[in-house]
Design a binder for this molecule. Structure first.
Ligand SMILES: C[S@@+](CC[C@H](N)C(=O)[O-])C[C@H]1O[C@@H](n2cnc3c(N)ncnc32)[C@H](O)[C@@H]1O
Length: 296
């Protein structure tokens, strides 16, 4: 199960399924409602009869974002699912066939095996809303800038969920944050690992929310954001365990000379989480952006 992507940015379906309920619980419902309202008001004097909304899901994986959003949005929906992993796309289609909108309209699916660079050039035609979840830490500032520019040209809105913001904390049973030197060392090395080049130059890592906000703002968008952390307690132990295992592997890659310190930190924190002595909070942000003028 890869909680941390391969060098070529691939993830296991097992990991994506394991995180899905925590993702859906964390997401900000107000921003989803705002996207729904914006789409409902999208019919314009030049397109009065257009009732179907075209929604593009970038880096869709096995369809978690679609499963969250489609039943919360009104009207007939055409979803274009974009990912470079054909096996995840096949699973997305299998698991999302038959979904209905909030008002029981059809949800049509189109799957595109495509790299995200190509998606910016050729994947956004006719889009009303571009969306993504748990994606942007992998990408570069230049790619986000190109996306904002393409969205502006298209005049579509953007809803991006669950971009990591680097706010990782352990809490004890009284809710007090707990952090020692080994945590600070591990989180700093993890942040450096997240910024490693993943094919487009240095990746955004936990700077993704800031870059998204600034890029869309620069392109004339009105932007709203919400913090959407995972709060992993006793009911989320398999997810916490898999996440800590992913971090363990990443830390071995990032600071191989500190193997003993990494193993000690991982062993101690995993033990405390599994025994219910600590909970783990992992920060994310959601963002909703609409093109110039209108209010988000
Ligand atoms: C962390 S997963 C998130 C999947 C899904 N959005 C979710 O929330 O479950 C990131 C997804 O982006 C896809 N991805 C990463 N880099 C990509 C690229 N350059 N081109 C196309 N897809 C990419 C991966 O295959 C993976 O499905």
């Amino acid at each position: 199960m890869n909680a941390i992507p391969d060098a070529d940015r691939r993830f296991s379906d097992q990991w994506l399924m394991l995180r899905e309920s925590a993702d859906h619980l964390a997401r900000d419902s107000q921003l989803t409602h705002a996207a729904d309202r914006w789409l409902s008001a999208r019919a314009t004097p030049t397109r009065p009869l257009v009732t179907q909304r075209t929604i593009v899901d970038l880096g869709c994986g096995s369809g978690s974002n679609l499963r969250y959003l489609a039943p919360r949005l009104h009207g007939t929906q055409h979803w274009r699912l974009i990912d470079h992993d054909a096996s995840l796309l096949a699973r997305a289609r299998l698991r999302c066939e038959g979904l209905r909108s909030a008002d029981a309209r059809p949800v049509h699916l189109e799957t595109c095996e495509m790299d995200l660079d190509t998606a910016i050039r050729r994947g956004l035609e006719g889009t009303d809303l571009v969306t993504a979840s748990a994606l942007f830490d992998l990408l570069s500032p230049g790619w986000v800038e190109a996306l904002a520019s393409r969205c502006q040209a298209q005049g579509c809105a953007a809803l991006f969920a669950l971009s990591i913001d680097g706010e990782i904390h352990f809490h004890d049973t009284t809710g007090t944050a707990v952090e020692n030197d080994d945590d600070r060392f591990a989180f700093a090395a993890l942040a450096a690992h997240q910024r490693r080049d993943k094919g487009q130059g240095p990746a955004l890592g936990s700077q993704a929310p800031n870059h998204l906000r600034q890029s869309f703002y620069r392109h004339g968008y009105r932007v709203r954001e919400a913090t959407t952390p995972w709060r992993l307690g006793p009911e989320s132990l398999p997810l916490a365990e898999a996440l800590l295992a992913g971090w363990h592997r990443a830390l071995h890659e990032q600071v191989p000379e500190q193997r003993e310190r990494v193993d000690r930190w991982h062993g101690a924190r995993l033990d405390a989480v599994m025994r219910g002595r600590l909970t783990l909070t992992v920060g994310h942000r959601d963002l909703f952006a609409i093109p110039g003028g209108a209010s988000a």
